[in-house]
Design a binder for this molecule. Structure first.
Ligand code: PMP
Length: 304
């Protein structure tokens, strides 16, 4: 399997085909109106096999989100089976990223969810780092506000909602930053364009709660487990913007970015600008878990 991966076998509505041959009509609802929801799932190569991380948890979230958006996903078991089949048939020998999508495949005119037929796709690509390099991130608070739960619920991971992420991330990159941090419509800290955020203050971790218009990240939940084992309290609560600037450590978590430390926010250096000691411990614990080196976290992994 090559990195360009156009000839990897992908699944589209019941048929396995080379990725480059998986095409949809230009009047597809999801393309016109952003009516889809998706997941991103990592698989880690341990030298012998790919271990899919939080496989079932991702598909449970996808099924719940699809239902919220009046879409019908295949069953969780079926989606898990398609994902493992994609890995088995393509036999990658490295770290991968799986992208399953439930989407409105109808071609009728008009933005509506009810009574429009649903489609399902799943494909994979090779993926190592999401951010380049091991250095920390220089981030900015975005001038774009996060979508609110009463407009496009961020927790649904809706395809159309990622225009909001794309605007913030593009602004950040064009201004020379690595990533953007959103505030929500109440002006509170929300999340990155594709990551949840944690701050270390007074010896405890703080992260925006689940009503703060965040995606309820699966990695975020994993960090709760790791922090508990390290004896670090995690407090879910509204976080003010200026708390970011005075935090002892700040890091982003997500399937893509894993655990990545923040070096500066709006040009204010966090700590001494190096990776903080707690971030380092969590990063190590996360890496040990996802590569199957810690038996206590084998339950996170599905070997293929
Ligand atoms: N927030 C957003 C907006 C995201 O797109 C992602 C990536 N899925 C995350 C947070 C992190 O979520 P997870 O840990 O489930 O990948």
């Amino acid at each position: 399997m090559t990195d360009s991966a156009n000839n990897t076998l992908a699944y589209l509505n019941g048929v396995w085909k080379p990725l480059s041959e998986c095409v949809v009509p230009i009047n597809t609802h999801a393309l016109q109106y952003g009516t889809g929801c998706f997941e991103g799932i990592r698989g880690y190569w341990d030298g012998q096999r790919v271990n899919l991380l939080f496989l079932r948890e991702h598909f449970q979230r996808l099924a719940r989100n699809a239902s919220l958006l009046l879409m019908q996903a295949p069953s969780v078991d079926e989606m898990c089976a398609i994902a493992t089949e994609a890995v088995r048939t393509n036999a990658p020998k490295g770290n991968i990223y799986l992208r399953p999508v439930v989407y409105k495949k109808g071609t009728t005119l008009g933005p509506v969810l009810a009574n429009v037929p649903d489609g399902y796709m799943c494909y994979l690509q090779m993926l190592d780092s999401y951010f380049t390099g091991e250095r920390g991130l220089n981030v900015c608070v975005s001038s774009w506000r996060r979508l609110s739960d009463n407009s496009i619920p961020t927790r649904t991971k809706a395809t159309g909602g990622y225009l909001n992420s794309a605007l913030a991330k593009s602004e950040a990159l064009l201004n020379g930053y690595d990533e953007a941090i959103f505030l929500n419509d109440r002006g509170q800290v929300c999340e990155g364009s594709a990551e949840n955020i944690f701050l270390l203050r007074d010896g405890a971790l703080h992260t925006p709660d689940r009503t703060a218009d965040i995606l309820e990240g699966i990695t975020r939940h994993g960090i709760f487990e790791l922090a508990k084992e390290l004896g670090i309290a995690v407090i879910e609560r509204p976080v003010a913007r200026t708390e970011l600037y005075i935090a002892d450590e700040v890091f982003l978590v997500g399937t893509g970015c894993q655990v990545t430390y923040v070096r500066s926010i709006d040009k204010r250096v966090i700590g001494d600008g190096n990776r903080g000691p707690l971030t380092a411990r969590l990063q190590q614990a996360y890496e040990d878990a996802v590569y199957g080196r810690n038996p206590a976290y084998r339950g996170w992994l599905t070997p293929v």
